[in-house]
Write a protein of this length. Structure first.
Ligand code: ARG
Length: 263
């Protein structure tokens, strides 16, 4: 909304400037440039992760997108979203190339060695997805099996640690395709994204995908920034914590039909 207003304002300013309304343009110009002098934070995201971030055409949508926009509005900053692969989000934010990582990022002790995290705003888990009729019915059945995951994710870490035969893909959709085309026996992915992607797949295909009921981990999601950015984390936490407390985050999950677990 803000962006649209900014765009409109810019357009109006441009038109009045062209029309030569000198004094009017001057007055409005101050209002317009107010936005431009605002601090801009770059937010790196991998929009292949519904309901948290995905693309509707070219529009970024999702729980985290709306949450980040709310936080930015309260912090009175502009946000510039940068769309990249998930592992580039982690690497880029660690290197300080982007101010914030927003990608359903699970907080882990390992990641905490190389980055700072805000307070977590929800809990998630890893889920196992198989094709209907698969002999795999639980985690124990994955031993020695071929499993697809997204590169750089906690699913990848977890499955490697378990010693599965892991195939990693930059895009979540490719990890899904590997299962659908029978290249792997199972696909391991965060539970809420699994629910969304499997529902979308099953709605359009005759062969069905099934999410096993055994969730494998508990993972808090948070936003990430580089080591040393303690002030930024504090600023975000002030707004984020309030939005968790007053139920806004919960209602965002409801809006996207996703079950919410508060950390
Ligand atoms: N929660 C998992 C992790 O932190 C997966 C996140 C994947 N996110 C994405 N936007 N594709 O590793």
């Amino acid at each position: 909304m803000k962006k649209v207003i900014t765009l409109l304002l810019t357009a109006v300013l441009a038109v009045s400037a062209l029309a030569g309304c000198g004094s009017n343009a001057g007055t409005a110009g101050n209002a317009g440039s107010g936005d431009k002098t605002k601090r801009t934070l770059s937010v790196a995201t991998s929009p292949d992760f519904p309901p948290f971030e995905s693309l509707d055409g070219t529009k970024l949508i999702g729980i985290e997108v709306e949450l980040m926009d709310m936080i930015a509005e309260k912090m009175d900053v502009n946000i510039e979203y940068v769309q990249i692969d998930f592992d580039s989000v982690l690497n880029g934010v660690e290197a300080g190339k982007y101010d914030i990582g927003m990608s359903g990022i699970s907080v882990t002790d390992e990641r905490k060695e190389n980055a700072l995290f805000t307070d977590p705003y929800c809990l998630a888990a890893q889920a196992i997805v198989v094709t209907e009729g698969s002999p795999i019915a639980a985690k124990a059945d994955l031993a020695g099996k071929a499993v697809s995951v997204q590169t750089g994710t906690t699913a990848e870490l977890f499955c490697n640690a378990e010693g599965y035969n892991v195939s990693s893909f930059q895009a979540n959709s490719d990890a899904e395709s590997a299962l659908v085309t029978g290249k792997v026996d199972a696909w391991v992915i965060d539970d809420l994204t699994a629910a969304e992607m499997v529902a979308a797949y099953n709605a359009e295909n005759d062969t069905k995908l099934v999410i096993l009921s055994e969730a494998m981990t508990t993972e808090p999601y948070a936003f990430m920034t580089k080591l040393g950015n303690d002030d930024l984390v504090k600023e975000i936490n002030t707004q984020l914590d309030a939005l968790v407390k007053d139920g806004t985050v919960k209602s965002l999950f409801e809006k996207y039909n996703a079950p919410y677990t508060q950390p």
